[in-house]
Design a protein around this ligand. Sequence first.
Ligand code: 13P
Ligand code: ZN
Length: 280
Amino acid sequence: MAYKDILSAPFVTEMRDTCANMYRLGWDERNGGNISYLLDEKQVGEYLDLDRVVREIPFMGVNASAFDAKALAGKIFIVTGTGKYFKNVHGDPENNLGIVRIKKDGKAAELLWGYKDGGRFTSEFPAHMMSHMARLNVDPENRVVMHSHPTHLLAMNYVHELDEKKLTHTLWEMCTECIVVFPDGVGVLPWMLCGTDDIGIATADKMKDFRVVVWALHGVYGAGKNMDECFGLIETVEKAAQIYMLTSHMKRINTITDEDMLKLVDLFKVKCRTDFLNLK
Ligand code: 13P
Ligand code: ZN
């Protein structure tokens, strides 16, 4: 059977464009950030021979990992490589990206394409896979998990309390549509060692309730149905953080009230974390 050119696959294009976009926004310096995108097996089969495994990649690697991804066995993801620069993904996708299938035993993945220079998936693979498992339980349509270091959100981490209710509430106040875009609010993890199973378990636990999880003094995780939705989510949180950083040192004389927020929730028919509001 003749396979189509993998570089023409829409999911490869999306990864290339998104990484370039995130790099251009300054969110992903050097090798900062990583993306995993759950693909449709039938669609991948149009581009790759699914019986041809290039090599196996155990989860153990950059950091020893004992996590079990059995729940994702057989699922295929395109994932950014560890140590790879978002800046370079667009020009050299075959070295900087990989397409992997989770093995039956849930302890390793089969490389179907990419990581050409012998590389492997992001060191945050446990956090990504555990987050996929958590989100798929809540929303079977969830396909994308994205980690990034957005500048203003990171800056805000140093000057704003990292309490989930207080942080969410401040972000909701910063742009009218914030409460509509992330009505479930923003989860927060304390500073933890990245690239470990522990941070993966903690992230996935937060992902049961939130689609955005802040890693204190490090960055953010987002999850969504598709690349646009996931990117848009982080973009909106980052925009709110930017407004906060532009205004927090000045006297605030106007604000969006909680009553206004409720009107938005009502109009857009979303369910928000009302316990994150200060209703009288
Ligand atoms: P990787 O290069 O392993 O993807 O790590 C980047 C990062 O942002 C770690 O949190
Ligand atoms: Zn990071």
